[in-house]
Design a protein around this ligand. Structure first.
Ligand code: PLP
Length: 472
């Protein structure tokens, strides 16, 4: 038996046969996770991942908007290794760590445009859901009110409080209630969720949403009982729908009028994803608090909230914290990630690749006979891009141009996703509607974007050919 102290353990670097992983996973890992495939990623570089059976995949998921600088970015990996050799765990209630403080130093100027200098007081946690939990606490403590308003289609996470704020799918909480009470839902200006035609003008959607919000405040939660309104500036799990700036401005006004906190959940949209450092910047609106996670630690678990000092200071010592809160290695990864973000022209790559992908997808949608007829809408902003397909179950999008004999299948997004996977492109779906989402690393190259477009084009055509053939 080796000694417990200073034991050199043989690194188990050998990759197991894929079936071996699958056997163990299927027997011992919860099915509640719902994996896309039982494949095993053994290495990753940039947008390329390699599976245990040697397949090379083009990753257009970035682990759901996390690896913004691509897998194993050398600067981030070096920072992780360095920090792991210094100190790995510094519990936040015991001491500060060097990267914890350096991270704040990096984040303050990055938040300047979004917060106009006001958002500069931080608390770090691990996951996005935990950041939401912290935001709920701060909002309630600051306002001494209980109620929270969320958007129809919102996704804020899976922990108990965060799940109570989630409205994108019942599967995230069905059968596990009662959830946290005092949460009220208002409309988000998205034509499909509102049951309105696809070509409804944006201003009409905004007016409708403002009308609904005023009704919620008049009929369900009195302004003086309402602590916060949470909003994703681009609703993510709800379908990748950018929020019209006019609606964000209207929410700001309502919040100002009634002393309600406006909380922007930038867990998915933050750190360059939409072409600005924070998506809220597109509107010029300054929220009271922003939740952050995902893209700023490039894969290491780290999240946080940032707000005005006067708001954060309402929290008594000890009311926020956690064993791993602001872990030193995660913070070191975030310092390296944010250094790269500030020192390179990442945002101009986001803009160029976004323009390229939008142009490509719009051309696919316009190509009626090669599958364009199945597409309802191409939308998004920056590198949060969605294709919404037609849906036989939706009175709004079930109509198509191929005649009555052609039966539109359900979940066209999943059929296309499968075809893409067969062609080595990993891509995600989202929302209760048939939506495919593209959320590649922000460093995606022109060639990689072109390859992804080509695969999507072929995949949509393959599904269309199959549907048309089976109907003839
Ligand atoms: C907008 C938003 N909020 C919150 C979360 C929850 O984050 P996590 O999965 O890290 O708990 C997510 C995750 O996808 C998200 O996109």
């Amino acid at each position: 038996m080796p000694s417990i102290i200073n034991t050199k353990v043989q690194a188990e670097s050998d990759v197991l046969p894929t079936v071996e992983y699958q056997k163990i996973a299927n027997k011992h890992i919860t099915k509640a996770v719902g994996r896309l495939r039982d494949h095993v990623f053994v290495s990753g570089q940039g947008l390329q991942v390699i599976t245990s059976d040697g397949r090379e995949l083009l990753d257009f998921t970035a682990g759901i908007g996390v690896t913004s600088l691509g897998h194993c970015h050398p600067a981030v990996t070096a920072a992780i290794i360095h920090q792991a050799q210094q100190v790995i765990h510094v519990q936040c209630a015991i001491a500060l760590s060097d990267p914890y403080v350096k991270l704040v130093k990096n984040l303050v100027p990055m938040l300047e445009p979004a917060g106009k200098g006001d958002l500069s007081s931080f608390f770090f946690w691990n996951s996005g859901s935990e950041a939401i939990e912290a935001a709920i606490k701060v909002a309630r403590m600051k306002t001494k009110r209980n109620n929270i308003i969320v958007m129809q289609g919102a996704y804020h996470g899976r922990t108990s409080g965060a799940a109570a704020l989630t409205r994108s799918k019942t599967s995230f909480f069905a059968g596990t209630g009662p959830l946290m009470p005092c949460v009220y839902t208002t409309a988000y200006p998205y034509w499909h969720a509102m049951g309105l035609p696809i070509d409804t003008p944006e201003q009409v959607l905004v007016d409708q949403a403002v009308h609904q919000l005023n009704q919620v405040l008049a009929q369900q939660t009195a302004p003086e009982d309402t602590a916060a309104i949470f909003i994703e500036p681009v609703i993510g799990e709800g379908g990748y729908v950018p929020c019209p700036p006019a609606y964000l401005r209207a929410i700001r006004e309502v919040c100002d009028q009634h002393g309600i906190l406006m909380i922007a959940d930038e867990i998915q949209t933050g750190f360059g994803r939409t072409g600005k450092m924070f998506a809220i910047e597109h509107s010029g609106v300054v929220p009271d608090l922003i939740t952050i996670a995902k893209g700023f630690a490039n894969g290491m678990p780290l999240s946080g909230i940032v707000t005005r000092k006067e708001i954060m200071d309402c929290m008594p010592a000890g009311s926020l914290g956690g064993t791993y809160s602001g872990n030193a290695v995660s913070c070191a990864a975030a310092v390296a990630t944010t250094d790269v973000m500030m020192q390179t022209d990442l945002l101009s790559n986001v803009k160029s690749r976004s323009d390229q992908i939008f142009a490509g997808l719009r051309a696919i949608a316009a190509d009626e006979k090669n599958g364009g007829w199945m597409i309802s809408e191409v939308r998004g902003i920056g590198l949060m891009i969605a294709i919404e397909f037609k849906d036989p179950a939706s009175p709004i999008t079930q109509h198509h141009s191929q005649g009555e004999n052609v039966k539109l299948p359900s979940y066209l997004n999943k059929l296309v996703q499968d075809e893409c996977y067969d062609r080595d492109l990993v891509i995600l779906t989202t929302s209760i509607y048939p939506v495919l989402r593209l959320v590649p690393a922000l460093i995606v190259s022109e060639e990689e974007a072109e390859r992804a477009l080509e695969i999507i084009r072929e995949s949509i055509k393959a599904v269309s050919d199959r549907v048309l053939a089976s109907s003839s």
